[in-house]
Design a protein around this ligand. Structure first.
Ligand SMILES: [Cu+2]
Length: 130
């Protein structure tokens, strides 16, 4: 009885020792370089109210060239070019817009409002107010 107990004890001891060796050798070889990819997503859009009616001025173009809005809506132009652009309608024109400048105006009356850029009249856009 005592001998059998001792044998079982030794067996259990050996199993524990071997399994411990096995896990330690496995655990030290696993590297996970995926952390650097997952930590770069920042969304700084919370600080500024989002305008759906945004027109980007880029490469001497209004994008989108034609924008349809609802009466009373605000429209925003953002100049991403390094040169000065303006937003020029028949009855009014924005101030000179340098790089990064934003011009905002609203449209209360339904209609079709074509516009150009003052310094570059070949730049054309249209606001359709419904
Ligand atoms: Cu221009």
């Amino acid at each position: 009885m005592k001998k059998k107990f001792l044998l079982v004890f030794i067996l259990v001891f050996l199993v524990v020792v071997f399994s411990a060796c096995g896990t330690s050798s496995n655990g030290t070889t696993t590297d996970t370089p995926t952390d650097s990819n997952g930590t770069t997503t920042d969304t700084p859009t919370d600080t500024q109210p989002q305008t759906a009616n945004l027109i980007i001025i880029e490469n001497f173009e209004f994008v989108p060239a034609v924008l349809t809005v609802k009466a009373g809506d605000t429209v925003e132009w953002q100049n991403n070019d390094a040169v000065i652009h303006t937003v020029k309608f028949d009855t009014f024109e924005s101030p000179d817009m340098g790089e990064g400048a934003i011009y905002t105006t609203s449209f209360d009356t339904p209609g079709t409002y074509p516009y150009i850029c003052g310094p570059h009249p070949y730049m054309e856009g249209t606001i359709i107010v419904e």
